[in-house]
Design a binder for this molecule. Structure first.
Ligand SMILES: CC(C)(COP(=O)(O)OP(=O)(O)OC[C@H]1O[C@@H](n2cnc3c(N)ncnc32)[C@H](O)[C@@H]1OP(=O)(O)O)[C@@H](O)C(=O)NCCC(=O)NCCS
Length: 213
């Protein structure tokens, strides 16, 4: 069982596990995915996470993933200002407002064997530096606690905001790559137009070719 009291903080943010038993995490999940659709059995688009039960299901699955693999999705929450200089950090984390996700994913056998970073903020939280701050916070944590320093980033060639975050977080652009299992969800836009998949690297100790890149 994950310890849902776990947290890492940055100056403005708390990075935590997403808890299927926490009402603010459930409400945040519904808000984040409100415009996400999949094609239903009748061939029409339907919401991927339509209700509370689906949100809890998603959070439970993600909690199991992180518990069993050590990689996955973390919640990013905005810390409230401290009421007193010596206010307990755990209390501030408990009262923080969820604004997004930060992920380190280790994917299947048909992808390079290094974790990749990802981010997704509620629209209202963008343009304030939170994604970059969260990425740096999570990377520092993996470096410090797990010795993980070799990282990748993937994004579609049209995703300017994502590229800027990756650059600010210290990634270098390696170039376009065709990685089968990532092509559908990273490089194809909703309107069906295809964009290249860009691969970014940070801290690699060997030639990227040795990782299949
Ligand atoms: C990708 C995504 C997370 C980027 O969010 P973002 O808010 O633009 O990124 P940051 O948090 O790093 O914020 C940087 C911006 O905040 C501005 N900013 C404002 N106050 C700031 C502060 N105090 N500190 C740092 N930056 C600040 C920066 O100038 C920068 O603006 P710019 O991009 O116009 O130059 C967001 O667009 C998103 O969630 N997109 C949908 C999901 C997605 O595409 N994910 C990536 C899949 S590969």
């Amino acid at each position: 069982m994950l310890d849902f009291n776990f947290y890492v903080t940055t100056p403005r943010l708390a990075i935590t596990y997403l808890n299927p038993g926490n009402e603010s995490h459930i409400a945040f999940t519904l808000e984040l995915y409100k415009n996400y659709t999949t094609i239903g059995a009748n061939g029409k688009p339907e919401r991927s996470i339509p209700d509370r039960a689906a949100a809890i299901d998603l959070l439970e699955g993600r909690a199991t993933q992180i518990e069993t693999t050590g990689y996955g999705r973390y919640g990013v929450s905005l810390l409230p200002p401290s009421a007193e200089p010596d206010e307990d950090m755990a209390k501030r984390v408990e009262n923080a407002t969820p604004i997004g996700l930060i992920t380190l994913n280790l994917r299947g056998p048909d992808t390079p064997p290094l974790p990749d970073i990802g981010f997704n903020l509620l629209t209202s939280a963008r343009g304030k530096g939170y994604a970059t701050e969260a990425a740096k916070g999570l990377m520092d944590y993996y470096d410090r606690e797990k010795g993980v320093t070799e990282l990748l980033g993937y994004c579609g060639s049209d995703n300017t905001a994502s590229m800027k975050v990756l650059r600010r977080a210290g990634f270098e652009l390696l170039g376009e790559r065709n990685i089968g299992s990532l092509m559908t969800h990273v490089s194809i836009k909703k309107n069906g137009q295809r964009h290249a998949l860009l691969v970014w690297i940070r801290g690699l100790k060997k030639d990227p070719k040795e990782y299949g890149l």
